[in-house]
Design a protein around this ligand. Structure first.
Ligand code: BV8
Ligand code: ZN
Length: 253
C-alpha cells in the first residue's frame, strides 16, 4: 500500500467536516460474499445465468420461480456471513463522528447484504442509505405491501396476503427506479460533502456511479479504495488495497 497516499488520506479523514462514503460489493468480499462477477465464474450452480437478467423485472416476470429461487439461494449461502473489519471500521468512524459532533459521515451502499447495518451503521439515523434495497426483505410486486412471513426454504413464489399478488425480494432490479427518498438523500450527501470515499466498487452501475462526479463537481476530494483501481479521471487519491486492511489502517491513531 502506498504509505504516502495513505498518510495524506488519513489527514483528509481527520480534517473533513462532511464525508460521503459509497460502498460496492468489494466491501463485502472479505466477508465471503461474492460480487456479481465472481458469482458467475462457473463455480456456482447459477453460473450459466446472467445476473443482470436474473436481477431484473423482466427476468422475474418471465420466470418468477427461477428468479425467486436465485434469491433464496443467495440468502441461503449468505445468511451467516458476518461484517468484516471494513464494515466495522466504517461503523466505528460514524459513531465517533456522531459523538464528537465535529464530522458528519454518511454511508451510501450499493450492497443489499445488510452487513453495514449488522456492523452498527444506523439506517434510522440515515447513516446508511441502502440505495439498492435489502435482500432480507420482501414485498408484493402488485400492491407493494411488505411481506413479513418467514420464507426460508420456500421454493414457490409466496402470495401477497393483501391482494394475492406475487411476492418479490425488496431489492432494486436493473431497469427499476431507485427509491426516491433514498436517492435524494444520497445525492445530497454527495453534493454537500468535502470528502468522498469510493470503496469496493467498479463504478459501473448507474445512477450510483454518478455520485463521485457529483461530489467532484462541487469541489470534494475524491478517494478510491480498491485492489483494482478503476481508471476514473476524477479520483484524487488511489489507495490500491483490500478494504478490510486499508480502512482499519486509515483510522489508526
Ligand atoms: C435505473 C440489487 C432507470 C439487485 C443492483 C440498459 C438497460 C437498462 C438499464 C440500463 C442500461 N444501461 C444502463 C442502465 C442503467 C443500469 C446500469 O447502470 N447498468 C449497468 C450494468 C451499465 N442501472 C439501473 O438499471 C438502475 N436503475 O437506471 O433506473 C429508471 C429511472 C426511472 C424509472 C425507471 C427506471 C438500477 C441499478 C441497481 C441494480 N441492482 N443490486 C441484486 O443484488 O440482486 S446492482 C448490483 O450490481 C450490486 O448492487 C452492485 O452495485 C452492482 C455491481 O455488482 P458487482 O460487480 O458485484 O460489484 P462492483 O461493481 O461494485 O465491483 C466489485 C468491486 O470491488 C471491484 O471493483 C473489485 O475490484 C472490488 N473489490 C474486490 N474485492 C475487494 C474490492 N474492493 C475492496 N476490497 C476488497 N476486498
Ligand atoms: Zn399485494
Amino acid at each position: 500500500m502506498d504509505e504516502a497516499a495513505l498518510k495524506e488520506v488519513r489527514n483528509l479523514v481527520k480534517q473533513a467536516k462532511r464525508v460521503c462514503v459509497l460502498t460496492g460489493a468489494g466491501v463485502s468480499a472479505e466477508s465471503g460474499i461474492s460480487t456479481f462477477r465472481e458469482a458467475q465464474d462457473g463455480k456456482g450452480l447459477w453460473s450459466e445465468y446472467d445476473p443482470q437478467q436474473l436481477a431484473s423485472l423482466d427476468g422475474f416476470l418471465q420466470d418468477p420461480e427461477k428468479v425467486w429461487q436465485w434469491y433464496q439461494w443467495r440468502r441461503e449461502v449468505n445468511q451467516d456471513k458476518k461484517p468484516n473489519p471494513a464494515h466495522i471500521a466504517l461503523a466505528l468512524w460514524q459513531q465517533q463522528a456522531k459523538a464528537s459532533g465535529e464530522q458528519e459521515v454518511i454511508l451510501v451502499t450499493q450492497n443489499v447484504d445488510g452487513l453495514h447495518q449488522k456492523a452498527g451503521s444506523d439506517p434510522n439515523a440515515y447513516e446508511v442509505i441502502d440505495i439498492h434495497g435489502n435482500i432480507w426483505k420482501n414485498h408484493c410486486l402488485q400492491c407493494r405491501e411488505q411481506y413479513l412471513e418467514d420464507v426460508s426454504g420456500l421454493l414457490q413464489v409466496p402470495e401477497c396476503k393483501a391482494c394475492g399478488g406475487q411476492v418479490r425480494p425488496s431489492v432494486v432490479w436493473f431497469g427499476e427506479a431507485l427509491n426516491e427518498k433514498k436517492w435524494q438523500a444520497a445525492e445530497t450527501a454527495a453534493y454537500c460533502c468535502d470528502l468522498f470515499l469510493s470503496i469496493g466498487t467498479s463504478s459501473q452501475v448507474y445512477p450510483a456511479a454518478g455520485l463521485m462526479m457529483l461530489a467532484k463537481s462541487q469541489g470534494a476530494k475524491i478517494v478510491e479504495i480498491n485492489p483494482e483501481p478503476t481508471q476514473s479521471s476524477v479520483v484524487d487519491y488511489q489507495i490500491q488495497g483490500f478494504a478490510g486492511l486499508v480502512l482499519p489502517s486509515l483510522f489508526k491513531a
